[in-house]
Structures are given as structure tokens and as C-alpha cells.
Design a protein around this ligand. Structure first.
Ligand code: NAD
Length: 484
């Protein structure tokens, strides 16, 4: 039974849920059906002003708390969020179109572990001291101040919690701006903060689009740092507007990642691992491996097994336990991905499977596409080098490590990759030569939250994860005490 009520969510500023005074709203749509199910304020610069003011007011007393007290707050958030595990999963699935199993295992679970992980890290921080013969250097990690946290639609709560936890853990206050396409679980998180009594103004949230709310937030003189995750071209605009006021900046941007399959791999696990890397979340993960490079001697066998595997993936009702691929985020995005299918044909590509819309029963109005595998486009073609961010992968063959490396490094992006081989030494040394921030050998998206996360080239600036997050969300100061 479909709930036809339109849910109304509000901004969260200074501990209150408030509408934008002008009363402008944006519709929130279910990707699976195309139906509107919620509305959110379409905020502008004046809403951003109030939110930044609330964050500035809250920051000094929040920053003055001991690090262990703030760790306790993160733990309380994790506990309260965990109690809403199923609510988070079903809301995220509804808002993004992703399968419920994925929303449970990744979005709902990881959001809780982000808060727990950083709570634990804060508790284990030791005073760093560099001794000299006649002096001691004490490192003091101070809050930066007020931060802007801007997030995309593909992993809404997962990415927002990944920023909020270390940001407030280090004593900052923040203003969040989630994607206008998927604002629902950000609202749920604000309700959790409200419920547990997090001091008002420590976390504020304005809904709205990039031009109306995101841009004035980034350039706001009351904002000291910006942590942005989103597309590369938006990242360029964010960097340009943050630069004149020397804001501290972290950019996690787009990717076009390679999965490299060597002939000595375990074929079965490579086929399923590379398919997972290509199609998780309908290919809408920045880390997805959408260009698959296969050693010539096993190319035909791999292609046959891979296409068969992809054709067996279940596309359909996101709320169904067995569904593997849900809907794409929007009609516009679906059109963009289908546009690349046409481009692939012009670039000499041969569609091995998929390549078109599909329409599961009962979901005719949604944004659906079959998982698509294409061969025959050049490794330097647009289809093989531009970020498509959908359920579309291209296959390429190579004859030597050198050739594979040349193809892998031949994009403007440098986010992630995976290497599949029976020779772990080779896997490691090959990976180190790749121009990316992260590589998995014989796996993909196997995450340890202590490890650095981020990209090179047009995939971003800076690193998140473990101590890299704590470093970004703080200012290290040295106090040198000279002894007599
Ligand atoms: P997007 O760049 O369109 O939007 C991201 C966010 O920025 C949204 O909240 C949007 O409203 C806001 N925004 C838009 N214009 C802005 C402006 N001028 N100033 C400030 N904010 C602005 O990205 P998207 O379509 O939501 O997400 C998909 C992209 O995100 C893909 O390129 C994907 O690779 C990337 N991504 C990267 C990572 C990573 O960790 N590297 C993770 C997830 C997604």
C-alpha cells in the first residue's frame, strides 16, 4: 500500500525545525515510481545567514568541551541512530531508489559506525609532544570554527555522517547542505540530534539546491572550512568561491575507475567482484569500476561469464529483499546515462547486454535501466574515460602490464581501482603505479575507516578517514615551552 501523503521536512537551525520564511519548496520524488512523496524548503542566502549565525554562536562552548565529552555525544548519536536502523534503511531506499538490502547493509549500518568509529578515535588521542634538549613542543589540535558540509545524493546519510562525526568531534560547529534530490535521511538525523538534546546550533541544516543554498554557504564569510563531496565540475566552483577567503577545503569528487583483471586471477571471484564493482547502487558510487581491463588470453572467457552474471542480476522493486539493482536517481540522470549508450554506438561500441530502459511491474513511472555491458569502444574514447555514474561498463583487452597501466592512468580522474590476480606481490606493485588514491587487490570497497580515502588529479583534494579526517577538521598549533 503506497503512502500518498506528502511529508514536509524543514530546515534545522539553532535547535529548531523551521521553514524558509518565503515559503518556497522543492518536491522530493521516489526514483522507483517518479511520484512526489515529500517536500523540503528551497532555502536561499538569508536562510544560510541564520544557520551560520547559529553555528557561530554555538561553537565556542561546544569547542570548549573536553574531547571525551564530545566523544560521548558521538556515542549517544550512534546509539539513537542504531535504534532507527530499519527506518533509516527504508527511507534511504525510498529516497534514492536503491535496494533495501543495500540500504540496510551499507547506508544504515555505516552511518552508525561512522559515529562510533570517531568516538573511539577521539578517546584514544594522546597528547603529542616533541622534546628538545631545552624545550618541549606541545601540539594542540584546535577546532577550525564553523564548517560547511555539502553532500551528494548517492550515499546521503553515509556521507553526511562521515563528515559530521569528525567535524563536531574536533569541536567545530557545522551547517549541512544535503543534496536537494535526497534530503530525507539528513532530516531524520536532525530529529535524532533533537531527540537526544545535542546542544543547539552545533549542527544546523539548510535544504535547497546548489545555486540557492550551497553557493552562498561556501562563500559565506562566517564559514571557516568547507568539506564538499560531489561532482568534479561543482567542486571547481566550490574551490573558486572558497579560495578568496582562504577557507580550509576538502574536495571528494568524481571518478572513472578501472578494474584490471589478470590471467592468473580466480575467474569466479573476479567475475562476481568486478560485477559488484560495476553495478553496486546502479553504478552510482564514485568508486565504481566502470572500465574493465582484461588480459587478452582470458578476455573471451571472462566476457562470456561476466555478461551471463550481469544478465542474472535482479532489477526491480527496491523494497524487495532479493533485488540487486534499483532505480536511477532521476529522469535527467537516466537520460544522461542512456545518452552514453548512443555515444558508445557512435564510438564503435557493441552492446553485449542491456543498453535500454526497463520497467518493472508496478514501477512504470520510475527511472529504470538494464545493467549494460559494452565492448568495442577505444580505451581513450569518451565512453571509456568520462564519468557516466550509472549501470554501464565498458570492456577492454590488454596484452601487457605496461599497456594495462597506460590505459588505467589515461583519464582525468584518479579516485580508485581494483586489481584481480593470483600473484599478490604483482597486485601490490602494479597498484602502487596507478594514479589513484585507493586500489583494492582481489576485492572492492573493502573499507577500513582508519585508512586514507580520497583522490588525485580531478578526483579531489585532500584525504578523509581516520587521522586524516581529524587533521582536516582541526588546526594543529604548536606551543613550545622553553625550560631554564
Ligand atoms: P553535484 O556536484 O551535482 O552536487 C553535490 C552537492 O553540491 C549537492 O548538495 C548540490 O546541491 C551541491 N551544489 C551544487 N552546486 C553547488 C555550488 N555551486 N556551490 C555549492 N554547492 C553546490 O553532485 P551529485 O550529482 O549530487 O553527486 C554525484 C557526484 O558526486 C559524482 O560525480 C560522484 O562521483 C561524486 N561523488 C564523489 C564521492 C567521493 O568520495 N569522491 C562520493 C560520492 C559521490
Amino acid at each position: 500500500m503506497v503512502d500518498e501523503r506528502i511529508l514536509e521536512i524543514k530546515n534545522y537551525i539553532g535547535g529548531d525545525f523551521i521553514d524558509s520564511p518565503r515559503g518556497d519548496f522543492l518536491g522530493v520524488f521516489e526514483p522507483a515510481t517518479g511520484r512526489q512523496f515529500a517536500s523540503a524548503p528551497l532555502s536561499d542566502a538569508s536562510d544560510v545567514d541564520i544557520a551560520v549565525e547559529a553555528a557561530r554562536t554555538a561553537q565556542p562552548s561546544w569547542g570548549a568541551l573536553g574531547i571525551r565529552e564530545r566523544a560521548d555525544w558521538l556515542e549517544r548519536i550512534a546509539d539513537a541512530l542504531e535504534e532507527r536502523h530499519e527506518e533509516v534503511a527504508s527511507l534511504e531506499s525510498r529516497d534514492t531508489g536503491k535496494p533495501i538490502s543495500l540500504a540496510r547493509s551499507v547506508d544504515a549500518t555505516r552511518s552508525v559506525s561512522n559515529f562510533r568509529f570517531f568516538a573511539e578515535m577521539l578517546r584514544s588521542q594522546d597528547q603529542e609532544v616533541f622534546e628538545m634538549a631545552d624545550a618541549s613542543n606541545f601540539v594542540v589540535n584546535k577546532p577550525v570554527g564553523v564548517g560547511a558540509l555539502i553532500t551528494p545524493w548517492n550515499l546521503p546519510l553515509y556521507l553526511l555522517s562521515w563528515k559530521i562525526a569528525p567535524a563536531i568531534g574536533m569541536g567545530n560547529s557545522v551547517v549541512c547542505k544535503p543534496s536537494e534530490l535526497t534530503p530525507m535521511t539528513a532530516d531524520l538525523l536532525m530529529r535524532v540530534f533533537d531527540e537526544i538534546g545535542l546542544p543547539e546550533g552545533v549542527v544546523n541544516l539548510v535544504h535547497g539546491d546548489g545555486i540557492g543554498a550551497g553557493s552562498p554557504l561556501v562563500s559565506h564569510p562566517g564559514v571557516d572550512f568547507v568539506s564538499f563531496t560531489g561532482g568534479t565540475s561543482t567542486g571547481g566552483k566550490v574551490a573558486a568561491s572558497a579560495a578568496p577567503s582562504f577557507k580550509k577545503l576538502s574536495l571528494e569528487l568524481g571518478g572513472k575507475n578501472s578494474s584490471i583483471v589478470f590471467s592468473d586471477c580466480d575467474m569466479q571471484s573476479a567475475v562476481s567482484g568486478v560485477a559488484r564493482a560495476g553495478f553496486l547502487n546502479q553504478g552510482q558510487v564514485c568508486l565504481c569500476g566502470s572500465r574493465i581491463l582484461v588480459e587478452g588470453s582470458i578476455y573471451e572467457e571472462f566476457r562470456e561469464r561476466f555478461v551471463r552474471h550481469v544478465e542474472q542480476m535482479k532489477v526491480g522493486d527496491p523494497s524487495n529483499e532479493g533485488t540487486e539493482l534499483g532505480a536511477l536517481i532521476s529522469q535527467d540522470h537516466l537520460e544522461k546515462v542512456l545518452g552514453y549508450v548512443e555515444l558508445a554506438k557512435e564510438e564503435g561500441g557493441n552492446i553485449l547486454t542491456g543498453g535500454s530502459r526497463c520497467s518493472p511491474d508496478g514501477f512504470e513511472g520510475g527511472n529504470w535501466m538494464l545493467p549494460t555491458v559494452i565492448e568495442g569502444v577505444g580505451a581513450d574514447s569518451r565512453c571509456a574515460t568520462e564519468e557516466i555514474f550509472g549501470p554501464l561498463v565498458t570492456l577492454h583487452s590488454f596484452e601487457s602490464e605496461e599497456e594495462a597501466l597506460g590505459i588505467a592512468n589515461n583519464t582525468r580522474y584518479g579516485l580508485a581501482g581494483s586489481v584481480w590476480t593470483g600473484d599478490l606481490e604483482r597486485g601490490r606493485s602494479f597498484s602502487e603505479k596507478m594514479e589513484t588514491g585507493m586500489v583494492w587487490v582481489n576485492s572492492w570497497l573493502h573499507r577500513d575507516l582508519r585508512a586514507p580515502f580520497g583522490g588525485v588529479k580531478d578526483s579531489g583534494v585532500g584525504r578523509e578517514g581516520g587521522r586524516w579526517s581529524l587533521g582536516f577538521f582541526s588546526e594543529a598549533m604548536n606551543v613550545c615551552v622553553k625550560r631554564d
